[in-house]
Design a protein around this ligand. Sequence first.
Ligand SMILES: Cc1ncc(COP(=O)(O)O)c(C=O)c1O
Length: 458
Amino acid sequence: MKNNLEIGRRGFIKGVGISALGAAAGGASSAAHAMGQATTLTDRGYDFDEVFTRQNSRKWIAAYNAYGEENIDVAMGTADLDFKQVPEVVDAMQDRALYENYGYEPTPDSFYQAIIDWSRERYGQEVKKEWIRTSSALKPGMVSSMRGLNPHKGKVILLTPTYSGFRGAINKAGMRVEMSPMKRVNNRWTFDLEDLKNRLDYETKCVVLCNPNNPSGEFWTAEEMMGLGDVCIDHGATVLSDEIHCDFPNKGSKFIPYATLGEKYANTSITYRSPSKTFGHACLRVAYFFTQNEDLMNATMIGGGHEEGVNTYGVLAAEKAFQHGAQWVDDVNVYLDAHHDYIYEYVNRPGEMPGVEYQKPEGLYLAWFDCNGLKEKVARPDQVEAMQQKWISEGNNRRVTPELVMQDWIARNARIHINPGSSYGIGAEGFMRMNIGVPRALLVKALDNWNAALKALG
Ligand SMILES: Cc1ncc(COP(=O)(O)O)c(C=O)c1O
């Protein structure tokens, strides 16, 4: 295969090639079959090369609905892992299913202990059980905090580009979104504290920090976060630190929990985490959040009316994953770090991927491509306007952005579905996001398709 580079201990050639991609395109029955098996633990660690069909997942279904199943080879939208599960999680859930009663159950201490141990062992952070509350997903917890911290509603500040779902969360809380665009320094985004200061007013009680940042992958330094925290503290704003992607640093990156920066930062923040990104547990509906500040927790629980409501399988899966999944996560990280290297080398080879640039991020299973060169060819103002008119004629009044035009062009010409930068707010112009939490074969297929389409465009 022409673009197959050496990628370290898990090369692409493991008998998984285009024939396996054929299996990936199989229907629901192959998905059901594959769902019954857990990840294989080999003497070299877990094996993530197996193409494991995820066509029951939102990201595949969204791509198929938009373009037709026969027109899409790889769906890489939502940030969601396409790997098989930590085996101990599967075993525990099977055992639980066989205990034939599903009545009310308390959340066991062992679940909280697993979170506490994971935080201590992975990030050196001490979390107390009484600080922790659960949530069916990360966003509902954050919405409750926003509501409770500002009964007068007002606005919530986002540091953009950042995760698109924050905007929906803020709207759900009945508040307004205000974007503080970050600065781009040496191919890296960082906070624009002057801009932030100008936006923090009496209406603003919360600033959302995405640590590390989805989509651009920064693992914020202590200095960056303290600078941000000091501005927020001076203006009486609570930092809502979303740390859902924290378990995916690339080599040389380090995750620093916001609440470990010091007492004053811990006291003026709430941290939100979830096993959903780390282990691929999104459908199990378990997340958690914590703060050492009882007033902030009361605001969330009482003022915000937060409902804990998590399900037994999710709790069990999270506990077992935290207890037994450290090696699995380490191995996933090695695998994904090599994916980022693979993309970097591919895009930077002379003549390949014209119009697209790629800087290796500090972590996350998201690839953030600078497609400004492509935008000049396929998403010029007249092309954006043409798509807008087409949408209007179809009864779709959503505003068309150049990035949406690129998403459409890429889907139609390269048969891959990736996310438009414009979803991530101001500052992401010309960028596109690809979920790379996939077996290497799918990544290779996606890049080969995209490369061929770009070359054909000239
Ligand atoms: C930064 C970030 N926060 C939150 C979420 C969503 O989490 P949940 O589905 O648990 O609300 C995502 C999902 O992609 C995310 O990237």
